[in-house]
Design a protein around this ligand. Structure first.
Ligand code: NAP
Length: 307
């Protein structure tokens, strides 16, 4: 099969080449991949992978061989899939617990953005508890996870405060997604019940300071790469008790992932959720797409089509 392979002699550590077809385990379906989306975390990890490896987390496609143990969808079903490798290839063997059926006829390009970005947004919001009539802060709101988190928090009945480094340029778009307020990194807003935190550094510290008693901050990512330095007073609970900072890792976020991916994919297919695709093109242009994403020129998701 053709695949995007790790090649450390290539400028972006990737080249389109030939790799052996994957051999599915009994609880894995074999999927013919139609589209994959890129995540910043997997791109920065490429330099550490062995040459010849087939990376990739997100893929959407069609089942060409159902799992031998009888789990998961039948041959011919369109699906969205998550794994820690193997998405950037014509064929992917994927655990049936980590795939979800997709409505027939759906455009698999935007659907391929669902696993990491929308899955993380949904499951991070679950950790905040009920959202109806609560104030929720989303940092890094213009990114892949952030855009989905804004939309999902709004659907769940929260008052949504979106944080972006560029409020002037991004406010209209974020309000269109459902944000009630758009603020800059100074986080000039009232206290909140919950935070989906994607930026790290001083933004994490400032977001924690906004938490109400009993509030939760889910630290999902650290897009800025910055360090977070707290004063001891941040953790004195006399006046602001029971505030929690918790960590998050999507593949270890508990059972039911396939059902969550299916629910999210159906909403993208119907247009209820906007996948925010900022770049879409052939996987033969992968270098161009990777460069645009890593250079910070894009806000939103990159989709590669396996044509
Ligand atoms: N733990 C997990 O399981 C998990 C799952 C998914 C993602 N993540 C992590 O979550 C973070 C967000 O992921 P994503 O896919 O949404 O990333 P993304 O599409 O690149 O978006 C990140 C957003 O963060 C903001 N940002 C602020 N300072 C930045 C900086 N110095 N460099 C880049 N972005 C900056 C940007 O929004 P503004 O300019 O509008 O502020 C940007 O749109 C990443 O760190 C990713 O690795 C973790």
């Amino acid at each position: 099969m053709r695949a995007l392979l790790v090649d450390h002699s290539a400028p972006r550590h990737l080249r389109l080449g030939e790799a052996p077809d994957p051999v599915p385990a009994p609880d894995q379906a074999l999927v013919r991949v139609a589209a994959t989306s890129l995540n910043p975390g997997e791109l920065t990890a490429l330099a550490d992978l062995p040459g010849g490896a087939v990376p990739g987390w997100d893929a959407a496609g069609v089942v060409v061989r159902a799992a031998a143990d009888g789990s998961g969808p039948a041959e011919g079903a369109p699906v969205v899939t998550l794994g820690l490798a193997g998405a950037w290839a014509e064929l992917r063997a994927v655990d049936t617990a980590h795939l979800g059926p997709v409505p027939g006829g759906a455009d698999l390009g935007p659907i391929s953005t669902v696993p990491v970005a929308a899955g993380s947004a949904l499951r991070a919001l679950h950790r905040l508890g009920p959202l109806l009539a609560r104030r929720v802060l989303v940092t890094g709101a213009t990114g892949g996870v952030g855009r989905y988190a804004v939309q999902l928090a709004r659907r769940a009945g929260a008052h949504v405060v979106a944080v972006t480094s560029d409020p002037a340029g991004s406010a209209d778009g974020l309000r269109a997604l459902g944000a009630h307020e758009v603020v800059g990194p100074d986080l000039a807003t009232e206290p909140v019940h919950g935070v989906v935190e994607l930026v790290g550094g001083p933004v994490l510290v400032a977001a924690h300071a906004l938490l109400l008693p009993g509030g939760t901050l889910v630290s999902v990512g650290r897009a800025s790469g910055g360090e977070s330095v707290f004063t001891g007073a941040a953790f004195e609970g006399t006046f602001l008790p029971d505030r929690v900072i918790t960590t998050f890792f999507l593949p270890a976020s508990g059972p039911g992932l396939g059902a969550d991916l299916a629910w999210l994919a159906a909403r993208v297919a119907s247009g209820e959720l906007d996948a925010g695709v900022a770049w879409r093109g052939s996987w033969t242009r992968a270098d161009e797409a990777v460069a645009a994403l890593l250079d910070g020129r894009l806000r939103g998701k990159v989709v590669l089509e396996l044509d």
